[in-house]
Design a protein. Structure first.
Length: 367
């Protein structure tokens, strides 16, 4: 609580660069786990992407294993069977023939229970949706890379894109590990995650530019120290934004999907919740660290680091920058100061008292 209070007051209590290495190790392990699950288990793609036939059967007596046995007896052993509620079983089959799909529906109603939802999608349309979603992601990355390079710089654009890719891989990995079904609503959630992650990262970068523009000219601090100051300034804002965004999503997840049984809300809210948490984490511990490493290799910041080392400041140490020092305006050198800003300079005649000129006549006061 003391650290959160210090962050809220705009102080500099957290040494974020010290945590970057641990965060990098944690992210690597999670990425390996997610990619491994994706390679070996794959994704539970919805009907809109793979095509086929979907049945939702209401039953309180037949179990999942018994349903699989019934499907195997009619040659539909490859069907996916999943219990989505206490008394609802969802069956996904690759049957594309409408007549065979109808026959299977009648069989399920006779042997298991009432089929409440019956849907059939052709494989061609499912393939088109997948291709369009892939193209949308590629266009998104290209447009964002160009914009951030022009608006900020290529190092920050690279850091933002790496953070977005990191967030998407972890979110998809969570869906692969727990075998959540991926539907068009999930894809929309993934696109929303990318937008949120970019927003959070750009907020950090904007604060970094402000601080480096004011304190960087003093050459008293390294780029990593200024980055740490920026992160301390925006960390509380990022936490508040994440909490305020996560609360409505949790209400959707709990009330909409669990209590009311709306599975579409569950598919959407789970992706959003994971993405918001991971996006807040990556903007501070991944995007910021990558930019800091790249900027420290520039000639300007190398010179600053060498001067600080000559003064006895270790390159690994992160000094605390006081609040007054951080908010102090940039001072100009004495040789660059212009005397007489508040009035005429000493030894020089006033503009109205130059030789050969007449002083203006004073105006009378109105009664």
């Amino acid at each position: 609580m003391k650290t959160l209070k210090s962050l809220y007051l705009g102080e500099n209590p957290v040494n974020f660069p010290k945590l970057w290495k641990k965060a990098f190790i944690a992210s690597t392990l999670v990425l390996i786990l997610g990619i491994g699950s994706f390679v070996f288990r794959g994704l539970n793609l919805g009907l809109d992407f793979e095509g086929g036939t979907s049945y939702e059967v209401r039953t309180s007596e037949t179990t999942v294993s018994e349903t699989r046995e019934i499907l195997s007896s009619v040659g539909a052993s490859d069907s996916r069977v999943q219990k989505v509620d206490t008394d609802i079983i969802r069956i996904r089959s690759d049957i594309a023939n409408p007549q065979k799909a109808t026959e299977l529906k009648e069989l399920l109603e006779n042997r298991i229970g009432e089929v409440e939802n019956f849907e059939q999608v052709g494989p061609t349309w499912g393939s088109d949706v997948t291709n369009k979603a892939t193209k949308a992601l590629l266009v998104f990355f290209v447009v964002v890379a160009v914009y951030l390079t022009v608006r900020l710089e290529w190092k920050m654009a690279l850091g933002a894109l790496v953070a977005v890719i990191h967030d998407i891989i972890i979110s998809v990995g969570v869906y692969s590990i727990f075998q959540f079904e991926i539907t068009p609503a999930t894809v929309v959630a993934f696109l929303t995650i990318m937008g949120y992650s970019l927003y959070d990262t750009i907020v950090v970068y904007d604060k970094v530019r402000e601080i480096t523009g004011r304190l960087g000219a003093t050459e008293k601090y390294s780029y990593t120290e200024l980055m740490n100051l920026a992160l301390n300034r925006v960390a509380m804002r990022s936490i508040n934004t994440s909490i305020s965004s996560a609360l409505p999503i949790l209400s959707l997840l709990v009330i909409g999907s669990i209590i009311m049984g709306a599975t579409t809300l569950q598919e959407f809210s789970v992706a959003l919740l994971v993405g918001i948490l991971v996006g807040s984490y990556s903007s501070i511990f991944l995007a910021a660290s990558l930019v800091s490493i790249l900027k420290e290799k520039e000639a300007r910041w190398q010179q600053v680091k060498n001067r600080l080392e000559q003064k006895g400041v270790k390159h690994t140490s992160i000094r605390r920058i006081d609040r007054e020092e951080a908010s102090k305006p940039l001072e100009t050198k004495k040789s660059e100061r212009i005397e007489g800003v508040r009035g005429p300079a000493r030894g020089r005649p006033s503009p109205v008292q130059r030789s050969g000129s007449i002083a203006p006549r004073p105006r009378k006061k109105r009664r």
